[in-house]
Write a new protein. Structure first.
Length: 388
């Protein structure tokens, strides 16, 4: 029997949501497709395949053009450290854009596997009486709106002061949105998995609330617990495949975002010290917010999923029945061990996990780097003053 696509199975639940939520999901899906951030359609859909290839070719031509601009700037970048850093960040972001387009093509098989697992986990949740999908528009639109607001501020400042701040700002805007929308896509995936883990936790909580420790277990309780355990397994596999599908892109985005945030924060601090124009300070501050907001949001939702997994593990201990059969209590123990070893964590190729610990580590690293850079700045100024 042919597998029913996941999008078909969830059509009824999508339609049950309010029209604004449904419109947001559809618009984002269209934008991701235009950005080349989704896998290529199958060869049976020839027109869609050719159009997707044409869109990717346009992106590749644009990114190669940006690389040529970066190479041209490299000859004059050695005039100052700021020019060298800015050129390196620009070329690094361009290469990252090419890698994201390549990742969406090379990871097609993994993406199909992710869709299959999402389909299976949805069926398991429906067996538990859990229907519908979580609301995302109220969380994703403010994130996108923040990016638009920061870009609007920077465009207005750029129109006021010209290319004095960043000569490649306007031409690189599509590239910046390519990177940001990958973040939005990742946040959407993590939010979807978090909603599934939350539904599982609620089902487990309902089972634990009605559990009487001193009564023998019923056959339906064993079957329900087995369904819960299988659902947990499918959701865990979704987290694993998500990490495999987008891991290299997440690693590159994390590095690029960290360097951009540190650099613009440093330029803003040095600008305050040198009493630069307020517009330049605002430009650098808006850029820092622009790059800091997506990684903070992704880490926040990654930590929320891990917290759901931990709470599920704590709830399982409430299902033990001293008067139950060995079969039932063995299943409870097996489920408990499963939650201990299979955690709901999104990782970037095992380099790091997306959680609040990562966010705090990033903040500590940013402060450390800024202190070092500022110390070098003061040392350089003292040396220049002494030699003068």
């Amino acid at each position: 029997m042919a597998r029913v696509p996941f999008t078909t199975i969830t059509w009824s639940s999508d339609c049950s949501m309010n029209s604004f939520e449904c419109l947001t999901r559809r618009c984002l899906a269209g934008v991701f497709w235009l950005m080349g951030l989704v896998p290529l359609p199958p060869s049976s859909q020839l027109c869609s395949l050719l159009l997707s290839l044409a869109i990717r070719c346009c992106w590749i031509v644009y990114l190669v053009y940006l690389l040529s601009i970066g190479i041209g700037f490299w000859s004059v970048a050695t005039e100052s450290v700021g020019n060298v850093v800015g050129t390196m960040l620009f070329m690094g972001s361009t290469v990252l854009g090419l890698l994201l387009l390549l990742e969406s093509v090379l990871k097609q098989k993994t993406h199909r596997q992710l869709e299959d697992l999402r389909f299976q986990s949805q069926l398991q949740l429906q067996r538990l009486g859990r229907f519908g999908r979580g609301r995302q528009a109220a969380y994703l639109l403010p994130l996108i709106g923040t990016q638009f607001a920061c870009d609007l501020v920077r465009v207005l400042i750029s129109a006021e002061v010209g290319t004095m701040i960043s000569p490649v700002f306007l031409v690189s805007l599509p590239l910046m949105w390519l990177l940001r929308l990958r973040y939005v896509q990742l946040v959407q995936h993590v939010m979807d998995l978090n909603h599934r883990s939350l539904q599982l936790r609620r089902s487990l909580l309902a089972l634990a609330a009605g559990n009487d420790l001193w009564q023998p277990y019923g056959v339906q309780e064993w079957a329900q617990l087995q369904t819960l355990r299988k659902t947990y397994q499918r959701i865990f596999e979704c987290y694993e495949v998500l990490s495999d599908c987008y891991g290299w892109g997440m690693l590159g985005l994390h590095l690029a975002t960290s360097f951009e945030f540190v650099t613009n924060a440093y330029w803003m601090i040095t600008g305050l010290y040198e009493e630069q124009n307020l517009l330049i300070l605002t430009f650098n501050g808006a850029t820092a917010v622009d790059f800091g907001t997506p990684i903070a949001t992704l880490s926040w939702y990654g930590d929320a999923g891990a917290e759901n997994g931990r709470e599920i593990g704590c709830l399982i201990s409430k299902l033990v029945k001293p008067l139950g059969s060995r079969r039932y209590n063995h299943l409870v123990s097996e489920f408990s061990l499963q939650t201990l070893h299979q955690r709901f964590v999104v990782t970037a190729k095992d380099f790091f996990s997306l959680n609040l610990h990562l966010l705090s580590s990033m903040f500590a690293a940013v402060v450390t780097y800024l202190v070092i850079l500022i110390q070098f700045m003061f040392a350089e100024r003292s040396a220049n003053a002494y030699s003068g």
